[in-house]
Ligand binder design. Structure first.
Ligand code: HOZ
Length: 429
C-alpha cells in the first residue's frame, strides 16, 4: 500500500500544494497531511493504517459520522438509478420542502453544489433585487471563495495569514465593506456611510471560520434592524450552522429572520450540495422567473439529494439533544484537561458546535482570534494526532462532533488532550 508520504510527494508534483483545498495542506501546523483510506463513524483510517477519532468530519458535513449505513444505502440506490441527469427529479422537490419545513424564513430554495456557489448566488440576487452594489461582511467570516467576499476572510485565508486573495479586482474588493464581528459601533459607522448603497449584509450567525466565535447578545437582532432601516438584504451564512445547531439552525436558536440563507455541509450529507433560500419574492428574482441568472449542470444532483434527505430524516429532537450532550462533554473535558496542564485555553460552545483557542480570554472577533497562540495550537494538534485524534489542521476552524462519537470517544479524546497539553506546557508556550 502506498504511504501518505509517497502520495503527498506525487501530489506535490501534480496538484498545487498537493491538496484540493488549502487548509488540508497542514501549512499552519507543520508536517504533512495524511491520506485517508476510509472513514467509519467517528473514525478516519489513513493509508498508513493509523486510526484517528475525527473532529473535522468533512468540515461538519458528516453529522451522522462517516459512511453511515443509511447514507451509504441511499447513495448506492440512487447511483444505481443514474448519477446525474440535468433534468428535474422528485428528490429535489422533497429536499426543498424539507428545508422549508425546518427553516421558517425559507419559502423557496435553489439547490447548488457548494457553499461558495450559494454565497455567490445570494450576493448576485441581493444586488439584482436592490439595484445596489455594495456588500457588508465581517472580518474573519468566510463565505467561500467568492471574489467580493475573500477580503479579510476566515478559514484558509486566515490559516495562511493572507489579507485576501490575488486575482480579485480592485473593483470587486471596493464594493465590499468589512466590519469587525460583534462590533455595533463599527456597524453604525458603516451603515451611516454606506447604508444606502448596501445590497446585502452577509454574516455567519455563529462565526465558525476564525475558530468559533459566538454572536454577542443582540448582535444578530441589531443586524436585522439596521438592514430593515437601510433596505439591505440580510443573508445568514448557515453553511456550518444550518441543520447542525438545530432544525432551523442558528436563526432558530437566536430568533432572527433573515431575507436569505445559505446552507451546505450537513444538508448535502457529505456529498457536494448546498442551497440558497429565503423570501419567495426575492427567490423569484432568479432565472427562469426573474432577471438574476444562476445555473448548474450538477445542481440538485440525485446522489447528493439522496444523501441530504437520508441525513435530515435522522436529525430529530433526540439526535440534537444527544449531539449537544456530546459537544458539552467534549468542550468541558477539553477545557479542564488543557487548562489543568497550565495551558491557557478557551473552549467556546454554541449548542452542538465547539471551538478551541489557546488564549487567556474569550475571543470576540478576528483580531482576538489572530492573537491566540497559533504556534502552540500546532504543537497541540500534533500531540493529539500522535495519540489518534484529528482536529482541524488550523486554529481558525471549529471542532465537529458527530452522532457517531460516543461518550467513550470523547473521554479518550480528553485524556489525549491532557497528555498533549502537558507536552505543550513542558515545551513552553
Ligand atoms: N471551507 C472549509 C473550512 N471551513 C475547508 C474546506 C476544505 O479544505 O476541505
Amino acid at each position: 500500500m502506498t504511504s501518505s508520504h509517497a502520495l503527498f510527494e506525487r501530489a506535490l508534483a501534480r496538484i498545487p500544494g498537493g491538496v484540493s483545498s488549502p487548509v488540508r495542506a497542514f501549512g499552519s501546523v507543520g508536517g504533512e497531511p495524511f491520506f485517508v483510506a476510509r472513514g467509519e463513524g467517528a473514525f478516519l483510517e489513513d493509508v498508513d493504517g493509523h486510526r484517528y477519532r475525527d473532529y473535522v468530519q468533512s468540515w461538519g458535513a458528516s453529522i451522522l459520522g462517516h459512511a453511515h449505513p443509511a447514507v451509504v444505502e441511499a447513495v448506492a440506490k440512487a447511483a444505481a438509478e443514474g448519477t446525474s441527469f440535468g433534468v428535474p427529479t422528485a428528490r429535489e422537490v422533497e429536499l426543498a420542502e424539507a428545508v422549508c419545513e425546518r427553516v421558517p424564513s425559507v419559502e423557496k430554495v435553489r439547490l447548488v453544489s457548494s457553499g461558495t456557489e450559494a454565497a455567490m448566488t445570494a450576493v448576485r440576487l441581493a444586488r439584482g433585487a436592490t439595484g445596489r452594489d455594495k456588500v457588508l461582511k465581517f472580518a474573519g467570516c468566510y463565505h467561500g471563495h467568492v471574489d467580493a467576499l475573500l477580503v479579510a476572510a476566515g478559514s484558509g485565508v486566515a490559516t495562511l495569514g493572507l489579507p485576501g486573495s490575488a486575482g480579485v479586482t480592485g473593483g470587486a474588493a471596493a464594493d465590499t465593506v468589512v466590519v469587525p464581528y460583534n462590533d455595533e459601533a463599527a456597524l453604525d459607522e458603516a451603515f451611516a456611510r454606506h447604508g444606502e448603497d448596501l445590497a446585502a449584509v452577509l454574516v455567519e450567525p455563529v462565526a465558525a471560520n476564525m475558530g468559533l466565535v459566538p454572536p454577542a447578545a443582540g448582535f444578530l437582532a441589531g443586524l436585522r434592524r439596521r438592514c430593515d432601516a437601510a433596505g439591505a438584504i440580510l443573508v445568514l451564512d448557515e453553511v456550518i450552522t444550518g441543520f447542525r445547531l438545530g432544525p432551523a439552525g442558528a436563526q432558530g436558536r437566536f430568533g432572527v429572520r433573515p431575507d436569505l440563507s445559505i446552507f451546505g455541509k450537513v444538508l448535502g450529507g457529505g456529498l457536494p450540495l448546498a442551497a440558497v433560500g429565503g423570501r419567495a419574492d426575492l427567490m423569484d428574482e432568479l432565472a427562469p422567473l426573474g432577471p438574476v441568472y444562476q445555473a448548474g449542470t450538477l445542481s440538485g444532483n440525485p446522489l447528493a439529494t439522496a444523501a441530504g434527505l437520508a441525513v435530515l430524516a435522522r436529525l430529530d429532537e433526540g439526535a440534537y439533544a444527544e449531539l449537544e450532550h456530546r459537544a458539552a462533554r467534549l468542550a468541558e473535558g477539553l477545557h479542564d484537561a488543557i487548562s489543568g496542564e497550565g495551558v491557557s485555553v478557551q473552549v467556546p460552545r454554541v449548542g452542538t458546535l465547539v471551538g478551541l483557542f489557546l488564549a487567556s480570554e474569550p475571543v470576540r472577533d478576528y483580531e482576538e482570534a489572530r492573537a491566540a497562540d497559533q504556534e502552540a495550537y500546532g504543537r497541540l494538534f500534533h500531540g493529539l494526532l500522535r495519540r489518534g485524534v484529528y482536529m482541524a489542521p488550523s486554529a481558525f476552524e471549529a471542532l465537529f462532533v458527530s452522532l457517531a462519537h460516543s461518550d467513550e470517544d470523547v473521554d479518550r479524546t480528553v485524556a489525549a488532550a491532557a497528555e498533549a497539553a502537558r507536552e505543550v506546557a513542558g515545551e513552553g508556550s
